[in-house]
Design a protein. Structure first.
Length: 419
């Protein structure tokens, strides 16, 4: 064979090799495209299924307990399932394998442990008193029902395959799962608190450790033990911002805390008189009650060592109180501004102001910081200017915010996703 013939044959062989290589690469690239298209499609389908699982788990966990907290609500499973199937994947309702009344299949109540990162199904309906256990003990207690798991699927109507069917894959069964956890509440939701006044915990705790509100706010910062601070003003700021007049005045009778207030954190506050702010509050009280009715409100409770309100005291609770009197002025204690009528009590016309004050204090069982008044001087010491008086009973308010707080013995209202 001539040189020219050999060269021609070599070229033909090379051309054949290139064609074969192109054919191989074409199959490879088609495979890549098939995988990419179908993987993206499955990603979209799974995200839609995940949305259904998430919404179902959150809805069920929010109703995990009966309203009075005495037992686990078995209907929470149904709520979770019904919420999940309201979601669609490619306009097809998601599938949830659930039998009404059962705690099995794709919807289950149970226990979520943060230490093991595991969900354990449990059909117990018993509510545990979380206030007597530590968080570590509760985390390890599988009988503590604190979560709902929901799974969603596309099995009856699997996600269709596009290019991958070239390789024999006609469709794909896809599923997603979510666990919603209902933890401890450590916050007050916006508007849970009514006025920018914070009550000192040390002033309202009785010997049994319960809240016992018997006296309002005295403004001499604890210099006089008979009229020490029992509260202060707060602008609800977290992190703390100085509770100055510009930050306080807009909050008087304005719908309460604009933002969530978290327990265990500092809150912007101040002691002292704050004349303009107090006067605004007194005017609002008079408009609300005509100085004849008690005024119910919820207020935050703060730590006040030595009856002294700091600029950033720690929030430790909330309390519902009845304001029975607000005293603005009368520095000479002539009792011209003493109450004359309140709820079922009244003072006859012509009665000296001091006698009306004594009758008022006795009728509503008010007390000074040092205890119930005994002598006339005790009654006079109570009649301080710039003071707010509460009835001698109050109700501790349970936090009811978002899951994530410390265990104060109260479950949150709003669950969170953990898996």
């Amino acid at each position: 064979m001539t040189s020219h013939g050999k060269l021609s044959l070599l070229r033909q062989n090379e051309r054949g090799a290139v064609i074969a290589l192109i054919a191989i690469l074409l199959v490879f690239f088609i495979g890549i495209v098939a995988i990419a298209v179908d993987v993206y499609h499955l990603y979209v389908v799974r995200n839609e299924l995940q949305n259904g699982a998430d919404s179902g788990a959150l809805a069920g966990a929010r109703e995990l307990y009966l309203d009075d907290g005495t037992a686990v609500d078995p209907n929470s499973n149904t709520i979770a399932a019904n919420t999940a199937i309201q979601n669609a994947s490619e306009k097809i309702p998601v599938e949830v394998d659930y039998n009404a009344g059962a705690n099995s299949g794709d919807v289950q109540r149970g226990h979520w442990s943060f230490s093991t990162r595991q969900f354990t199904p449990n059909d117990s309906l018993t509510a545990i008193d979380i206030g007597i256990y530590t968080e570590a003990e509760l985390d390890a207690n599988l009988d503590y029902i604190n979560a709902i798991r929901v799974a969603t699927r596309r099995q009856g109507t699997p996600a269709a395959s596009f290019f991958a069917r070239i390789f024999g894959y006609e469709d794909f069964a896809v599923s997603a799962e979510a666990v919603a956890y209902l933890g401890y509440s450590g916050s007050l939701l916006p508007s849970d608190v009514d006025q920018p006044i914070a009550i000192c915990e040390e002033s309202i705790l009785n010997g049994d450790g319960d809240y016992d509100c018997n006296m309002g706010r005295m403004l001499n910062s604890g210099n006089d033990p008979n009229a020490a601070n029992t509260g202060g003003w707060t602008n609800f700021s977290q992190p703390c911002v100085t509770a100055s007049k510009p930050t306080l005045d807009p909050l008087i009778c304005a719908g309460g805390n604009p933002n969530q207030v978290n327990y265990g954190q500092g809150i912007g506050a101040t002691g002292g008189v704050q004349d303009v702010t107090f006067n605004s509050f007194e005017t609002c009280w008079e408009n609300e009650t005509d100085k004849k009715r008690v005024w119910n409100m919820t207020l935050p409770v703060i730590e006040c060592p030595a009856n002294n309100v700091s600029n950033c005291p720690t929030v430790v609770g909330a309390v519902n109180v009845d304001v029975v009197w607000v005293q603005r002025d009368n520095p000479d204690k002539d009792f011209t501004d003493a109450p004359r009528e309140m709820e079922d009590w009244s003072c006859p016309d012509g009665t000296p102001g001091f006698d009306c004050w004594k009758s008022f204090v006795d009728h509503f069982n008010l007390a000074n910081v040092s205890g119930p008044p005994i002598t006339d001087q005790d009654y006079k010491d109570m009649f301080q200017k710039k003071a707010i008086f509460f009835l001698p009973s109050c109700e501790k308010i349970a936090p009811a915010g978002v899951t994530g707080g410390t265990n104060y013995g109260v479950l949150a209202e709003i669950p969170v996703l953990v898996d």
